[in-house]
Write a protein of this length. Structure first.
Length: 254
């Protein structure tokens, strides 16, 4: 932590902490577009359509959440950005854009899941420079510019959590030769929702009920939606597999 704190304090002293924060976002954007390129090459998706869909999904994630939070805050907080708020809405966006551009919704939703998580990994850790997201006071923690004290490094924990989810999803799809099955985004919503719900208890922010913040309830909502989507997609695939086997058996008697 001493090494990280030395970097943070130096950035604050030189008044370059915002540049460091923006750089983390730039790194996240590079990772996002690397995922897009990988999908175009691996899945042989139409390059132009994929880039347009990816850009629209990225724009939605980074702008819709700001508008939504502005509304939920009583039109008083217009500059607060929390990407996690937009995650749960990516599934219908993926379905709509896939239909509009005549692409596989499974591939589009999976692209969003991997791309947005890749963007979120460095984006989360970048918050340590501005101190906008911080945990409770902690002697061995990281220095927060806003709290003006050493706090628990919750953003670093969330970055590691996001990375772990990304790796899990990548290994999972790899077992299926990276063929989209429609379950990647539901898994992402379920795991990230549970993880974010837990880490919210470590944040020194306003609590609404039973130690839960507004983001806690949104994270819980995200996890529930992810579980429902996972059950629905699994049930549909199971039914299609059963129907396919039934057809094969019927044809064998003809």
């Amino acid at each position: 932590m001493d090494f990280i704190n030395s970097i943070i304090l130096k950035q604050i002293e030189q008044d370059t902490y915002k540049a460091a924060y923006n750089m983390s976002g730039t790194i996240g954007q590079i990772l996002f577009w690397l995922v897009v390129v990988w999908y175009v090459c691996r899945m042989r998706m139409n390059p132009l359509k994929t880039i347009l869909v990816a850009y629209m999904g990225f724009w939605f994630t980074t702008n819709w959440n700001g508008l939504l939070l502005f509304i939920l805050s009583g039109f008083t907080v217009g500059d607060r950005v929390n990407l996690a708020v937009a995650f749960v809405y990516l599934f219908p966006v993926a379905w709509l854009l896939a239909k509009l551009f005549r692409l596989s919704w499974r591939a589009v939703s999976e692209l969003y899941a991997f791309g947005i998580l890749a963007f979120h990994i460095p984006g989360r850790s970048g918050c340590i420079f501005t101190g906008c997201c911080y945990g409770y006071p902690c002697e061995w923690g990281i220095y927060s510019l806003l709290a003006e004290e050493y706090v628990f490094p919750v953003v670093l924990l969330e970055s590691l959590m996001t990375l772990a989810i990304w790796v899990f999803l990548f290994i999972r799809t790899g077992k299926n030769d990276y063929a989209p099955d429609g379950k990647t985004m539901p898994w992402m919503l379920l795991l990230y929702g549970i993880g974010r719900f837990c880490t919210e208890f470590l944040r020194d922010n306003e609590k609404i009920w039973l130690g839960c913040s507004d983001i806690s309830f949104h994270a819980l909502f995200m996890a529930v939606i992810g579980l429902i989507l996972l059950i629905c997609v699994s049930h549909k695939q199971s039914r299609q597999k059963t129907e396919k086997i039934s057809c094969s058996v019927a044809q064998s008697f003809l």
